[in-house]
Design a protein around this ligand. Sequence first.
Ligand code: AMP
Ligand code: ZN
Length: 115
Amino acid sequence: MSTDPHCLFCKIVAGQIPAQRVHEDDRVIAFHDIHPSAPVHILLVPKLHLVSMMDVQPEHQALLGHMMVLSARLMRDLGVTGGYRHVLNTGKDGGQEVQHLHLHVMGGPRPWAKG
Ligand code: AMP
Ligand code: ZN
């Protein structure tokens, strides 16, 4: 399934729910996390509805690589120069709350809210 009408992040991708967007291209959107754990906390979300890393197949290799490369560019564009942290939660035991694959990228001067 490429989109799920009941999925929060598919609704954000479709523009049905607002988000503080920082990037959009043909494959990915990025926006600020609504409950930031760091001074800059963005989420990179594929437009394709993949529930989690457990859905990922070899055909998604370029998409995931694109997200990683893009994450560095976005943090630089957002003025984060001192480093940042990637987090990708998968499934129940991974602490995943939103069931649409997303990459957290957190940075900015410490202390942070968590971690
Ligand atoms: P996870 O636990 O990895 O599934 O993380 C889900 C993240 O989505 C959390 O950090 C939430 O704060 C964030 N989040 C939930 N709803 C929204 C929203 N409407 N806009 C932006 N971020 C959201
Ligand atoms: Zn979705």
